[in-house]
Design a protein around this ligand. Structure first.
Ligand code: IPM
Ligand code: MG
Length: 359
């Protein structure tokens, strides 16, 4: 029996179309083995959408995503659009997608693969064995809080304003996802905030603490964000699952990603209640190498694996895809970002071909 899934494909900008192109044929190959058929609907987002329609998130794209079972997104942005007014920037399209689908939970794993330990800028003994999941709140906090804007102040100066705000229910639902994520991992959860200074963080801490009694199996700790940034590079193995707000999660997930050597390896999942999830690499659109067949497609492929696991509930196919990634690394295939001595250099297509063989 064949199971059919509708997948919205959002290639976006820069290296996006290349890495998503590879991922589509890999997905089809793994689908064939597990009786899964994917029907892809491609839609515009980011700079590509601005060029075509003037809008970084056309309504049609949001509709296509809502109709699908899951959304596979590559990356958005580029120098070309950096000076447009904010509502016309690629990033605004991405934020609109997150808000439009109410994807309040962003899961960003940072796991160091044994094959790539030496790609990390940190010492082997510091990073070997690192396996962290950052659970980032994605539709609230200072990214979305009101008031926001650049206003004329009474002094005649301009005043830029954003507001970091969280309500009870926003904290509770992300904390729940984090506790449940920790349950499936090593039962340790560290909530990161700035409760020594910020009221919004005090509420965050109080709510997370209040929920803890429902999860007696979880060892909960709290850490201030500045200390967390330091601990991540000092002794990252102390962390299992981290839960934090939107801005702190943005920053800490980049730091966690870099422990693994290449941000080009890391997938992410954004999920909400009921709507389809969005699965995308943590890295950006890398406009400097776009169209040169140099991009590393593995984060996109691993995002497709997260889509199979968390979005479509097809764990066997997800396992298979992840195994194929480990296998090509074992075989010594490396794109430029993870290249080291004695390994076999491949481009984006070459990595795709190796994956196909591994499957
Ligand atoms: C991320 C990115 C985005 C964010 C940008 C592109 C809007 O940095 O997904 O981490 O800040 O959330
Ligand atoms: Mg970021």
């Amino acid at each position: 029996m064949t199971q059919t899934y509708q997948i919205a494909l959002l290639p976006g900008d820069g290296i996006g179309p290349e890495i998503i192109g590879v991922t589509v044929y890999i997905l089809n190959a793994v689908g064939q083995q597990y009786g899964l058929q994917f029907e892809f609907s491609q839609a515009l987002i980011g700079g590509a959408a601005i060029d075509e329609t003037g809008d970084p998130l056309p309504q049609e794209t949001l509709d296509t995503c809502r109709r699908s079972d899951a959304v596979l997104l590559a990356a958005i942005g580029g120098y070309k659009w950096d000076n447009l007014p904010r509502r016309q920037r690629p990033e605004t399209g991405l934020l609109g997608l997150r808000a439009g689908l109410e994807l309040f939970a962003n899961l960003r794993p940072a796991q160091i693969l044994p094959q790539l330990v030496d790609s990390s800028t940190l010492k082997r003994e510091v990073v070997e064995g690192v396996d962290i999941m950052v659970v980032r709140e994605l539709t609230g906090g200072v990214y979305f809080g009101e008031p926001k804007g650049i206003f004329a102040a009474e002094t005649g100066e301009q005043r830029g304003v954003n507001t970091m705000a969280y309500s009870d229910h926003e904290i509770d639902r992300i904390a729940k996802v984090a506790f449940e994520t920790a349950q499936k991992r090593n039962q340790r959860l560290c909530s990161v905030d700035k409760a020594n200074v910020l009221e919004v963080s005090q509420l965050w801490r109080d709510r997370v603490n209040a929920l803890a009694s429902s999860y007696p199996d979880i060892e909960l700790s709290h850490m201030y964000v500045d200390n967390a940034a330091m601990q991540l590079v000092r002794a990252p193995k102390q962390f299992d699952t981290i839960v934090t707000g939107n801005l702190f999660g943005d920053i800490l997930s980049d730091a966690a990603a870099m422990l693994t050597g290449s941000i080009g390896m890391l997938p992410s999942a954004s999920i909400g209640d009921g709507n389809p999830g969005v699965f995308e690499p943590v890295h950006g659109s890398a406009p400097d190498i776009a169209g040169e067949d140099k991009a590393n497609p593995l984060a996109q492929v691993l995002s497709a694996a997260m889509m199979l696991r968390y979005g479509l509930d097809e764990p066997a196919a997800a396992d298979k895809l992840e195994k194929a990634v480990f296998q090509v690394l074992d075989q010594g295939y490396r794109t430029g970002d993870i290249m080291s001595e004695g390994m076999t250099y491949v481009g984006c297509q070459g990595m795709g071909d190796a994956l196909l063989k591994a499957l």
